[in-house]
Structures are given as structure tokens and as C-alpha cells.
Design a protein around this ligand. Sequence first.
Ligand SMILES: Nc1nc2c(ncn2[C@@H]2O[C@H](COP(=O)(O)OP(=O)(O)O)[C@@H](O)[C@H]2O)c(=O)[nH]1
Ligand SMILES: [Mg+2]
Length: 242
Amino acid sequence: MKTIIVVPTYNEKANIKQLIKLIHKHVPAAHILVVDDSSPDKTYEVVLELKKRDKKLNLLLRDRSVKGRGWAGRDGFVKALTMGADVVVEMDADLSHQPKFIPALVKPIVARKADVVLGSRYMTGGKDIDRPFYRQITSNFAKNYLKVVLGLKAQDPTSGFRAYSKNALVKIKVKTLTARDPFTVSEILYRCYRAKLKIKETPIVFIDRTEGESKLQITTLVKYLVRALALRLGQDPLASAK
Ligand SMILES: Nc1nc2c(ncn2[C@@H]2O[C@H](COP(=O)(O)OP(=O)(O)O)[C@@H](O)[C@H]2O)c(=O)[nH]1
Ligand SMILES: [Mg+2]
């Protein structure tokens, strides 16, 4: 079983080296695919340098004109499939998502007990450490909202720390994902429910970033609520011929 860890990066120079080291420590067999959108801080140069001595490290360098957390993830998934992945993990580069939890995310997929495993902050054993209060509130609101609007029953539907089986990525037609920004996590999970995939959750402890800056703004979150509604009322994303 080939596991590929997809890591979208934008200005993560301060974190990427440590993240790669920790991934190798906790999942030595896994391959890493950093998807960088030509970060102004040149995160990709750090990756290119490390790549020289690291056969399991890969870089997908995208143009800044198509920059976006969602599109970067989508292109990363497509590339991971062409690289022969059986399991794909997606995680943030800012060390909020701790590599020590990767084995717990991957295990149910390898055991064929799940197609999708969400790293959950809001279940027994999970935690959300040091997040600004407003982020905890919005996260909690988003969770209940998504449950009502999109029928996502997960305890942490906005978590971006997840593992997918190859089958799951094929079934949700990753190539046709549309969200350019972090709304992608909702779009993906909605498709997973629509495709009737087996979704599991495993607890994670989320640590707020200490280095670099978050790219998420509160106004963006409000727009997500409207987009979730549009997703629900729109055409079945999996019914198209594409
Ligand atoms: N490739 C790429 N990665 C991005 C972009 N925006 C954010 N990211 C990465 O996505 C992850 C989550 O972003 P972050 O700013 O930490 O969002 P937050 O955790 O929701 O505050 C991090 O690894 C970022 O570097 C982007 O436009 N392109
Ligand atoms: Mg973050």
C-alpha cells in the first residue's frame, strides 16, 4: 500500500523542513508531495534543496496566478493518483496537523474499514489548542450549519487533516472539484457523503500555528455559509458526465 502525504504550502518556509522531518519520523514508508503555489517566501526552494537527498519527497510547483488552497489540494490529489497512491493524506504545513496522528488516519483505510478518515478535534480524545476564541466559535457554528445544510454528520466536518482511499478520490471525481479556496474541505466531504463512502473519524490534537500567518479571513467564512447552501441546492456534482 503506497501512502502519499499531500501538503499544500503558501509561505511556509518557517515550517516545511520540520514538518517533512516529522512525517518521515512517524510514517517512514510514506511519500510526501508538497504542492507549492510559487510562494513569495520561496518555500519551494527549501523543498528543492531537501529533495536532493530525499527520495520520498516530491514537489508540485504551481503558478501563483492559479494560487489557492483548494486548487492546490485538487492538483495534489490528481498527481498522487498518477504516482500510484493507494492512500492519500492531506494536511496543513503549519504544524497544526501533527504527523504523529497520520498512522491513526491511515490505518482504517489499509484495513478496508473506511474510505475516508477525518482527523477530528471535536470528539473524545481530540482537542483544539490555543486557537483564538473566535475561531473556535466559528468552527463550532460551521459544524452545526454544515450538518443541517449539507447533511454532513461528522463531528469535525471542517477539519483539513484527512486520509482518503484511492477509491474515494476516484469516486468523488477529484479532477472536477471546483473550490479554489479552503471551502474545498466542505466540497470534498459533501461529495464523499453523496458517493456513500464509508467515513470514519479519529481524534487529533490541533495546535494553532506559531510560525507564519493564517490565510483565512472572517469575511471568507461568511461567504462559505452561502456557498454551502448553493452546493446543496445545485446540481449533483457526481452525476455529470465528466
Ligand atoms: N498551495 C497553496 N497552499 C495554501 C494556500 N493558502 C493556504 N495554503 C496552505 O494551506 C494550509 C492551511 O492554511 P492556513 O493559512 O494555515 O489556514 P488555517 O489553518 O485555516 O488558518 C497551510 O499549509 C497553507 O500554507 C494557497 O493559496 N496555495
Ligand atoms: Mg493553519
